[in-house]
Design a protein around this ligand. Structure first.
Ligand code: NAP
Ligand code: SF4
Length: 676
């Protein structure tokens, strides 16, 4: 508390006292698509309220059928739907929390035939073109927003958040490029902001004063034809005048070509845009985007750029973020690493959200703690994400765990990920693992290559093998030529790499190696450098806050000539994460990385890499060929123990190497620890 006086300070607003300044930001979970959705949502939000979040904002509910994202997406427009919501608000209030329902109309982002917008302009990320709303329909939509707010109040919510950012309907009205209307809702700035202001006034007419109304403003649109900073500030003033209690901030539209929340975005990069809103109003302002630690949050508040901080993904990663902050255990927070792998990437591919570092997220009712049948002595071999996760979770259930790691440090593959520019957040994951292993009293032996006989002799009740993977050798002639390196040589052993490079294999690691060779760590740590790289205008004087198109800004550091290859005849990077793959591809394209698919590797010799594409043979003169051709399981120890009849389990890469990632490793380890 003493360390975070501003973050932990209560806030009284609209007759409610919020216990601290931590807001769980709205996030779609898709939990509503599963069985017993409201029981799941109640457990999900209830856990965050027990973890002492000051205010929870739900994922968005549409005010009418045209406003849903896709068929079956959340909608609140009838009283008959309220019983389900009372389960959610009841769970949060029982834990002493506060919760507001977000109302969002998708507008032209809706993926169904009812899709509407201020104008009939199709969004580049949606194949469906919207129908232009008639003036009468605009007024009806305003009433629909107010109706949903009134229902939220009846359903026990403490307030609503009006979603006015990220390029949804309200934002489509406020930005000139999506609003070409000629009625009272289009044309001048005054007419364009009329829609959100009428929504706000209509809601205020329908709900009591002591009902929190949050307006989420687009602090910077990051799209050509968006609002200028002066327009954003004026909208904020008008929102305050028309009855909002709090202004939350959003950054960018879903169709922006600038990353806004990925790990490659520096922490608090958008403070300049949030401050522009804060300076315009007297009501509390919430900062959002790339805030994931109590220190970062406290620093933002003490800089005066905001009064509260919104964290959606960080509270997915650790529901107890606020409580741990209050009791002085910030080092035990399971920090969101901004990877998007288990949350946004799953949502964008029609799956439910969970979290890479916390597989319990969204599955609270599946992971109800079960007491073990007795304390066991368990050996874990391998200190990568699978081994460490298992050790922590088993230890939390009361087992006595000993972890053996052959290397001199914990982390396994994480130690390679964390050196890649834009992936420094992996350091937080390691800090969490180390702190928990230490706090739980797990015995850790580093530099210890343990053999089957020793483990059997020690008489452990169970042995868990998490020995990971070894790089796959593609097996063409010349893989032992001095020019050839593996990704482990480059990322973990500091091998010297020449100016002209060929990368064999274009999975996540091939792209990581390219980024390592070309990227600049500074860009993901220093906001000014990041903004310049992506053509963002920090003075906010331009429309949408952009100085030039992100696609044309040359990278500051393209130090090498890099050629990437894969055998599959498809575009490289097609299988990278949906929400982050485009960022990597855009950066490498701008660094002139050559990408070739459908390659057949012939050999490596003093002349370089010999390969064939479409039957035509080429020789690429390169200084180095770096193998990123996937992995194979390291299973020797497991096989030896299994044949001896020991109680042995195998997890992570040692179990299945193909397409292994930390998400699958941690999930499998956590599930095993729940049952062992
Ligand atoms: P991967 O994704 O399986 O990619 C392996 C690459 O090697 C593919 O491009 C494959 O393409 C090629 N390859 C496979 N067998 C080969 C052979 N015998 N000879 C030549 N080329 C071969 O593996 P990875 O890149 O090592 O990544 C491992 C895991 O970590 C993956 O699950 C990945 O998603 C995850 N990861 C994720 C990220 C991220 O940013 N989300 C970053 C790093 C790693 P062809 O078969 O077409 O040649
Ligand atoms: Fe954060 Fe990654 Fe978890 Fe999403 S999956 S909440 S980005 S750690």
């Amino acid at each position: 508390m003493d360390q975070y006086p501003r973050l932990m300070a209560p806030l009284s607003v609209a007759g409610i006292t919020l216990r601290n300044r931590i807001v769980m930001g709205a996030m779609h979970t898709r939990l509503e698509t599963l069985d017993r959705p409201h029981e799941r949502l109640a457990a999900f939000y209830g856990a965050r309220a027990r973890g002492e979040a000051g205010l929870i904002l739900t994922g968005g509910y549409a005010p009418n059928p045209a406003g849903v994202f896709e068929p079956g997406a959340p909608l609140l427009c009838e009283r008959s739907q309220l019983a389900e919501h009372r389960a959610i608000t009841g769970a949060v209030h029982a834990a002493g929390g506060h919760i507001a329902l977000q109302i969002v109309h998708a507008g032209r982002y809706a993926k169904h035939p009812l899709c509407v917008g201020p104008s009939a302009e199709r969004a580049r990320i949606n194949p469906i073109a919207p129908r232009e709303l008639t003036t009468e329909e605009v007024w009806q939509t305003i009433e629909d927003f107010a109706n949903t707010a009134e229902l939220a109040w009846e359903g026990g919510y403490d307030g609503v958040e009006i979603m006015g950012s990220e390029g949804y309907l309200i934002n489509q009205f406020t930005a000139p490029f999506t609003n070409q209307r000629t009625d009272e809702f289009g044309g001048s700035f005054e007419a364009r902001i009329r829609f959100p202001l009428e929504v706000l006034k209509a809601i205020r007419r329908r709900v009591v004063d002591r009902f929190l109304v949050v307006y989420r403003i687009s602090a910077v649109d990051l799209i050509e034809g968006g609002m200028t900073g002066a327009e954003v500030a004026e909208l904020a003033r008008r929102v305050e005048a028309d009855g909002a209690d709090i202004i939350n901030t959003g950054v960018g539209w879903h169709e922006s070509a600038v990353p806004t929340i990925a790990a490659s975005v520096p922490r608090s990069a958008w403070a300049y845009a949030i401050e522009n809103v804060k300076r315009a109003v007297d009501i509390p302002v919430i900062a959002s985007n790339r805030i994931n630690t109590p220190d970062g949050a406290e620093a933002l508040l003490s800089s005066g750029c905001a009064d509260m901080v919104s964290m959606a993904r960080p509270l997915l990663a650790d529901p107890d973020f606020a409580r741990k902050t209050r009791v002085g255990k910030a080092a035990e927070i399971n920090t969101c690493i901004a990877c998007n792998q288990a949350c946004l990437d799953r949502i964008f591919t029609d799956r439910t959200a969970t979290c890479l570092v916390n597989p319990r997220a969204g599955r609270e009712i599946e992971f109800m703690p079960k007491p073990p049948e007795g304390t066991k002595r368990i050996a874990v071999v391998g200190g990568g994400p699978a081994g460490m996760s298992f050790a922590i979770n088993a230890s939390e259930r009361g087992h006595r765990v000993t972890l053996f790691e052959a290397g001199n440090e914990l982390g396994g593959q994480l130690n390679m990920a964390r050196v890649v520019p834009g992936k420094n957040e992996f350091n937080e994951m390691l800090r969490y693992f180390r702190t928990r292993l230490d706090g739980l009293g797990v015995t850790v032996h580093l530099g210890r290559f343990v053999k089957a006989g020793e483990l059997l002799e020690a008489g452990f009740d169970a042995i868990v093998i998490a020995t990971g993977v070894r790089p796959r050798s593609p097996g063409f002639p010349g893989v032992d030529h001095p020019k050839v390196l593996s990704y482990v040589d480059v990322l973990a052993r500091g091998a010297a790499v020449g100016q002209r490079v060929a990368i064999i294999g274009a999975g996540g690691i091939g792209f990581d190696v390219a980024e390592f060779l070309l990227g600049d760590a500074e860009e993901s740590l220093d906001p000014a450098s990041f903004l310049a790289t992506w053509g963002v205008d920090p003075s906010l004087s331009t429309s949408g806050g952009l100085s030039e198109s992100a696609e044309t800004v040359a990278p500051a550091h393209a130090r090498r000539e890099v050629h990437m290859f894969q055998r599959k005849p498809e575009a490289l990077g097609k299988r990278l994460g949906k929400s982050t793959g485009w960022i990597l591809k855009s950066r490498l394209k701008r660094a002139n990385v050559a990408m070739a698919s459908g390659a057949v590797y012939e050999r490596v010799d003093d002349d370089g890499l010999h390969y064939t594409i479409d039957g035509k043979t080429h020789v690429l003169q390169v200084d180095n060929v770096i193998l990123c051709a996937g992995q194979e399981s390291e299973r020797g120890l497991y096989e030896a123990l299994r044949s001896s009849g020991a109680n042995v389990h195998v997890i992570g890469g040692a179990d299945v190497a193909s397409e292994l990632d930390a998400l699958r490793a941690i999930d499998q380890a956590t599930r095993l620890a729940m049952t062992v």
